[in-house]
Design a protein around this ligand. Structure first.
Ligand SMILES: Nc1ncnc2c1ncn2[C@@H]1O[C@H](COP(=O)(O)OP(=O)(O)O)[C@@H](O)[C@H]1O
Ligand SMILES: [Mg+2]
Length: 302
């Protein structure tokens, strides 16, 4: 068992999947460490859902291997400690929310008390809807229930395929808090979301897919790179320009590489007669980086 708990939550190697003539996934490898939140990003049709389904053994890959929590995903036991929220799902409309949870717990072959099921519904804001039929639930409520299903059996790995697509901003904030609490409990999470801001806020690492291939991957710091400093300045003379070094300018907004000593730079500028209206650290957002990466990802794979 020791080896099993030490192993990464996910180890996926050279996954490949073709549907008829279309190559959906073309040699994708990645790992998710214990307690890590990995964001899966990429345009529609990039292969994100296919990767997730192959990973969970729901779709057979043409090539590649996956280990989940230390076991090959072909081993039926590998799924025991994995929670999954599928991208498209519908629950039996005649069941109540609590019955849906109980059914999935039974299918997972785990024991969960009534109390834990109640807490599970509470966690996603459905505490007072436990005995309501799912058929009357809005899409957002069904998505919340899907999250409860994914989390109810105390998983060590949680896989969420677009968990917030039907949620309002408040619901999204709830999911964000939920993800952060999973992270604190060292539960590993694979999150596929097109809400890049959300990914940026909660993910430790990001994997960007494009046309079935990995276009980029890394920690947010690695992907977003060096920070810069933005200054709003007037009365900038030639001498002040040389103090700034190389900069980009848009009207009175100057962007320079982050200096080692910000106060010293500001003091220097002031000494040269520059009027300093604002100084703020800046960094490309993940959205800007993503668009950049997708724009420059080699054409030959198109
Ligand atoms: N069951 C399927 N049959 C045929 N083509 C499929 C099937 N599932 C996915 N595809 C195709 O594979 C590609 C990747 O799809 P998918 O993995 O759903 O992408 P994403 O989740 O990133 O939007 C798309 O071109 C899609 O049309
Ligand atoms: Mg998808």
């Amino acid at each position: 068992m020791e080896a099993v708990t030490d192993s990464p939550a996910v180890w996926a190697s050279h996954l490949r999947k073709r549907y008829r003539k279309r190559v959906a996934v073309d040699g994708v490898s990645f790992t998710v460490a214990r307690g890590e939140v990995l964001g899966l990003l990429g345009p529609n049709g990039a292969g994100k859902t296919s990767v997730i389904k192959m990973m969970l053994g729901l779709v057979r890959p043409d090539a590649g291997e996956v280990m989940l929590l230390g076991r090959p995903n072909t081993d039926p036991r590998s799924r025991e400690r994995v929670g999954y929220l599928p991208e498209l799902f519908r629950y039996q409309p005649w069941l109540t929310a609590d019955e849906v949870l109980a059914l999935h717990v039974r299918l997972a072959g785990v024991t969960v008390s009534d109390r834990e099921r109640r807490d599970g519904l509470g966690l996603v804001g459905l505490a007072d809807r436990a005995s309501d039929r799912v058929g009357g639930f809005s899409k957002g409520m069904q998505q919340r229930l899907g999250l409860a299903v994914a989390l109810v059996a105390r998983p060590e790995l949680v896989v969420l395929d677009e968990p917030t697509s039907a949620l309002d901003p408040l619901g999204r904030a709830d999911v964000r808090d939920l993800l952060l609490s999973l992270k604190q409990r060292r539960v590993a999470v694979l999150l596929n979301s097109h809400l890049i801001g959300e990914v940026e806020r909660v993910c430790d690492r990001v994997l960007i897919l494009d046309r079935g291939r990995v276009a980029a991957s890394g920690t947010l710091a690695e992907l977003l790179g060096r920070r810069s400093l933005r200054l709003r300045l007037t009365s900038v003379n030639d001498e002040a320009r040389s103090v700034l070094g190389s900069f980009e300018r848009e009207d009175d907004l100057y962007t320079v590489d982050m200096p080692d000593d910000v106060p010293a730079l500001v003091a220097d500028l002031v000494e040269h007669g520059v009027r300093v209206h604002a100084v703020e650290p800046a960094r490309a957002t993940l959205e800007e980086r993503l668009l950049d990466i997708l724009r420059t990802h080699p054409e030959e794979h198109r």
